[in-house]
Design a protein around this ligand. Structure first.
Ligand SMILES: NC(=O)c1ccc[n+]([C@@H]2O[C@H](COP(=O)([O-])OP(=O)(O)OC[C@H]3O[C@@H](n4cnc5c(N)ncnc54)[C@H](OP(=O)(O)O)[C@@H]3O)[C@@H](O)[C@H]2O)c1
Length: 346
């Protein structure tokens, strides 16, 4: 007889169109067969990623949902896919065997039934902790690496501003920029985060944007000579303030706009005359655009993490029940570094 198991997973109860609350989610249970059919893989989830973009997938409508397969709409009541690390329970694929570690598209649940064609690769971890493969060596890392080197096109000595700088992507961008020889200032939402940026991550300076009443003059104070590169994680009025402080031929890498995801904040409306007369490049991008840099990214970043030149910040809660609170907290700035839920012991 085939072994069956209960799989508990997280679902949204209905579409979420504003700021998310824990009561918008439910933990559901289903019975799954632990024996994979041909080309399928059953994975026991170990570490799963919790990311801001999922909120745009939970809305009734968002332009992002039609852009790329991993951003498609989430259906209320159904499982939610996410990046993560797991262990193979049963494999119908010749390249994967029981007990192999895998990295790829898992679910916010205890198990993933990976249908044929789903992104799922064998993971041969180096001497680095498994959560790093969800954060600095996962999608956050590719986003920071591709966004900084390919979109920002940095030059040594340039001035770089990073928002949400203590978050998963921002903390890595700031560290890449320092290692590259740039002058780096970050902003974050608490004094604790500001101290961490300056004392642990080597940022030249940092400030708490919530203490500033006028963001344009705050940026003028931190960048008296202007900003050459703005790595934008938040959008809204911070983007407007950064554009007002950009230098001629400055570059803005638009990674995300978290302040606009919940619908309550102001949508960015940068001064387009600044853009024209200062010849500023504003470029949106997706991590998926930079998978071509993957080999370089992994070897460089793993080496920096191993030698202590870069710090990987993981913010981990335990158990599938903690996914909703971990997710909701992203929009309150509860996290420091990559938000991950550990679903089961390694
Ligand atoms: N383009 C891509 O392929 C790609 C890939 C990954 C992520 N992203 C985007 O990159 C950004 C960062 O993602 P992440 O995974 O690294 O998340 P994260 O920065 O680790 O976590 C989100 C952080 O955003 C800040 N935040 C929340 N609400 C805010 C608001 N209203 N105004 C200003 N800051 C706010 C909070 O920090 P504070 O305490 O500083 O407020 C929070 O800790 C997001 O916009 C995300 O959508 C894009």
């Amino acid at each position: 007889m085939m072994e069956e198991m209960k799989n508990r997973f997280v679902a949204i109860k209905y579409n979420i169109n504003g700021a998310p609350n824990e009561c918008d989610f439910e933990i559901k249970s289903e019975t799954i067969c632990l024996s994979a059919r041909s080309k399928e893989v059953i994975v026991k989830n170990l570490y799963v990623s919790v990311d801001p973009y999922q909120l745009n997938r939970m809305k009734a409508h968002s332009s992002s949902q039609a852009a790329i397969s991993f951003a498609t709409a989430i259906t209320p009541g159904q499982g939610i896919d996410t990046y993560g690390v797991g262990r193979v329970v049963s494999s119908g694929r010749s390249d994967l065997a029981k007990d192999d570690l895998v990295v790829g598209l898992l679910t916010w649940g205890e198990y993933t039934l990976a249908e044929p064609g789903r992104l799922l690769n064998k993971l041969d971890p180096m001497d680095l902790p498994l959560p790093y493969y969800v954060g600095p060596l996962g999608f956050s890392g590719v986003t920071a690496y591709g966004g900084f080197y390919e979109v920002c096109k940095p030059k040594k000595g340039e001035s770089v501003f990073v928002s949400a700088a203590s978050g998963s992507v921002g903390s890595l961008v700031g560290q890449y920029a320092k290692l590259f020889g740039c002058h780096v200032v970050g902003c974050a939402g608490s004094q604790l985060k500001v101290d961490l940026l300056k004392e642990k991550l080597g940022f030249d300076d940092a400030f708490n944007y919530k203490d500033e009443t006028d963001l344009k003059s705050a940026l003028k104070r931190y960048f008296p000579e202007g900003i050459d590169i703005y790595f934008d994680n938040v959008g809204g009025k911070m983007l407007e303030a950064a554009v007002a402080n950009m230098n001629t031929f400055g570059r803005v890498a638009v990674c995300g706009a978290i302040s606009e995801y919940t619908g309550g904040g102001r949508k960015a409306s940068p001064d387009m005359l600044d853009v024209v007369y200062k010849r500023i490049t504003i470029q949106g991008f997706l991590a998926a655009d930079y998978l071509k840099c993957y080999a370089d990214f992994i070897s460089t970043t793993a080496e920096h993490l191993r030698t202590g030149k870069m710090q990987g910040l993981s913010d981990i809660s335990y158990g599938v029940e903690s996914v909703p609170s971990a997710f909701v907290g992203l929009f309150r700035g509860d996290n420091i570094g990559k938000r991950i839920v550990q679903i089961a012991d390694e």
